[in-house]
Design a protein around this ligand. Structure first.
Ligand SMILES: [Zn+2]
Ligand SMILES: [Zn+2]
Length: 533
């Protein structure tokens, strides 16, 4: 009864865990790595055809994105997930395949010119189709047995439509052990989704730690009022409200708010204003949210449905948008709300809408999510006055606004509260799915403040679930050799942790005087100079 930690160890993306129990081999999540890659992941020590089944926590690509590759390489067993995860995966994996295909096509064209062989995409839409045929949708809180000696159940974890924590009970040689995989733990009080449900008990737990070192704003309320006021003032001056948004999750949250704005008649003088979702992926995802089983929704959304109101449907909403319709939006003078992808403005149709609205002082660009360093979204958000879109210099005159989003992930308190829901302490809590320093700091927080036995293993570590002992402990192998965490050893790690503590101490002491802030800032700037010189 052995577990091998493979992906999202001391990293946020690329979740993969292998379990060998009761004579079977299965994996929990098979995600794609995104963004900066810190540590080398060990390969799965089992060939894909040898795997018996897959358990999938939710549809996000960092948990599901490599499943078509597994199928391409010969896996043909069932993939168990909730129905909503299955529906969303179809969209998200197809989208991924299209990105892989067009990137490979681009590289191949380049290679052809220099007489090099063409590039194969990681996988294509045919692989996605085969993958989708393997999905077996299952309801929440219903035990099922994928193989003799293994019982599995899904619990709503409130992170994305259909997201689940997965409980696996395994019996081998008369020893029974239970392990819970948290997947991504949702935030509380999010629109549409329920708060994470608790699980009574488990022997072992694997918990994510994305925001394990910080606390979200306590009660971010007033979204509906803030958005209504943005729409009102923009429409009054004849402009458009442009919302760059992630296609799945955030877009539906915005539609949920706009339905309320329309329902409460909060915008005056612009009856039945148009709301256009100009992203095929976002439109498809919205249809899944509109038609999903009420099991996936929170009480407020269910109450609406009971009153005969679809929480994501209202007059003026347009979901079917062709490329031509999209272009026509730019010549139509009637003020409207346009929600489009990508969320950080670095690709997709949103760039057309920005090109046609950024120069107009009457329009408003409303950011609803995190804008990463280096993206067009971040530059606009930071107040840049001219930007280049499609090689054209555009002067920024539109109003730039922020609708603070509710995060999809629990913060440190949220994670701890979910953990405290287990009636007795798990024998070991394994921490994953967090940046290196966050993962370590959350692990020691649990140890020091709550007395848990905690482990934050690196990729390749193996653990015997039956005896509760480690078989093999690996150290992280950094991807970039520029700085080696291995070589720098403990001192480097302590330094990284101290930096994370410093940032938290600052956040927790916002009441210091300006003089003290200035002093601290000077000291930090001196340190930065010393490190970079
Ligand atoms: Zn996720
Ligand atoms: Zn994730």
């Amino acid at each position: 009864m052995v577990i091998t930690f493979l992906g999202a160890m001391h990293e946020v993306t690329g979740s993969i865990t292998l379990v060998e129990a009761a004579g079977k081999k299965f994996i929990v999540d098979f995600g794609m790595e995104q963004g900066v890659d810190m540590f080398v992941n060990h390969d799965i020590p089992v060939s894909p055809p040898e795997l018996d089944f897959v358990l999938l926590t939710h549809a996000h690509v960092d948990h599901s994105g490599k499943l078509p590759l597994l199928v391409k390489e010969g896996f043909s067993g069932p993939i168990y997930s909730t129905k909503a995860t299955c529906d969303l995966c179809k969209l998200m994996l197809l989208d991924c395949a299209h990105i892989q295909e067009s990137e490979a096509e681009y590289e191949s064209r380049k290679n052809k010119r220099s007489n090099k062989p063409p590039v194969e995409p990681l996988y294509d839409s045919n692989d996605v189709e085969k993958t989708m045929s393997l999905f077996v949708p299952l309801p929440y809180e219903t035990s099922f047995s994928p193989a003799d000696g293994i019982v599995v159940s899904f619990t709503d974890i409130g992170h994305l439509l259909g997201s689940a924590a997965i409980s696996v009970t395994m019996t081998e040689n008369d020893i029974t052990k239970k392990m819970v995989f948290s997947g991504d733990v949702g935030n509380i009080n999010q629109p549409i989704l329920r708060d994470p449900s608790h699980i009574a008990e488990t022997d072992y737990l694997m918990i994510e730690s994305t925001y394990g070192d910080r606390l979200h704003d306590q009660n971010p309320t007033g979204h509906v009022e803030a958005l209504a006021s943005m729409i009102q003032r923009t429409f009054d001056r004849g402009g458009n409200v442009i919302i760059p948004s992630f296609a799945v999750g955030r877009t539906q949250e915005i539609l949920y708010f706009i339905r309320e704005i329309k329902g409460r008649e909060m915008v005056h003088g612009h009856d039945n204003f148009r709301v256009v979702v100009d992203s095929p992926l976002a439109a498809e995802a919205t249809r899944i949210f509109q038609n999903c089983d009420t099991d996936y929704l929170d009480d407020a959304a269910r109450d609406l449905i009971e009153m005969g109101i679809n929480p994501l449907l209202f007059e003026g909403l347009e979901l079917s948008i062709t490329g031509d319709d999209s272009k026509n939006l730019n010549t139509d003078p009637e003020p409207k709300v346009i929600i489009s992808a990508s969320g950080m403005c670095d690709a997709g149709r949103i760039r057309h809408h920005l090109k046609h609205n950024l120069w107009r002082p009457e329009s408003l660009i409303c950011f609803v999510g995190y804008q990463a360093e280096g993206t067009l979204g971040r530059r606009l958000f930071d107040g840049e006055k001219t930007v280049k879109i499609f090689n054209e210099e555009i002067t920024v005159k539109a109003e730039i606004a922020l609708l603070p989003g509710t995060s999809g992930h629990a913060d440190r308190n949220g994670l701890v509260n979910w953990l405290l829901g287990f009636t007795k302490k798990p024998e070991i809590v394994f921490v994953n799915h967090g940046d290196d320093s966050v993962c370590m700091s959350f692990a020691s927080y649990l140890k020091e403040n709550y007395g848990y036995r905690v482990s934050d293993p690196f990729s390749g570590t193996t653990f015997d679930l039956a005896t509760g002992t480690f078989i093999n402990i690996t150290t992280g192998k950094p991807v970039k050799q520029k700085f080696s965490i291995e070589q720098a050893g403990n001192e480097f790690r302590l330094l990284v942790r101290a930096v994370s503590d410093l940032s938290e101490a600052i956040r927790n002491h916002a009441n210091l005087s300006n003089k003290e802030f200035r002093f601290i800032r000077n000291q930090i700037e001196k340190l930065i100079k010393r490190i970079s010189s």
